[in-house]
Write a protein that binds this ligand. Sequence first.
Ligand code: NI
Length: 173
Amino acid sequence: MAVKEIIKIPDPVLREMCGEIADVTPELNVLMDDMLETMYDAPGIGLAAPQINIPIRLIVMDAAKREEEEKPNPIIMVNPVIISASDERSLYEEGCLSIPDYYAEVERPAAVNVAYIDRHGKMQEMVCEDLLATVVQHEIDHLNGKLFIDYLSKLRRDRVIKKFAKAKKTDAL
Ligand code: NI
């Protein structure tokens, strides 16, 4: 297993439409483990493959409540698709490993039913609620080149993008 480098905005890979995965191969299983290790190391509760510069439809998550000493609950989804969403909505403060140290409240459906392929190549369905509902929607957005800051007002979004563009320029010096 290996911790991969997480790319940050304004990297254009974060805006790509990611490709479907044709097969769950042993190489893909290694990538899944690397992504989980990278996510736990960050630390984060979700990571999408484009965030480690690989634009394919693969996400990993763990929304277990550490502060309540819940056991780790790693979830891996290949080609995830939201097949239904609740009318009820919930508000969570979101962050993103590709937009460090920035947080904002985003409103999303409170529960979603997701179809996906698991690490053994089997079709599965999962009802995601509470924090996991927000995490899975945030990660699936990544696969479509969408970021949580896209839900904010243009003014707030532009301010964040500008800040990171400036930071990148400074790094290059
Ligand atoms: Ni993110």
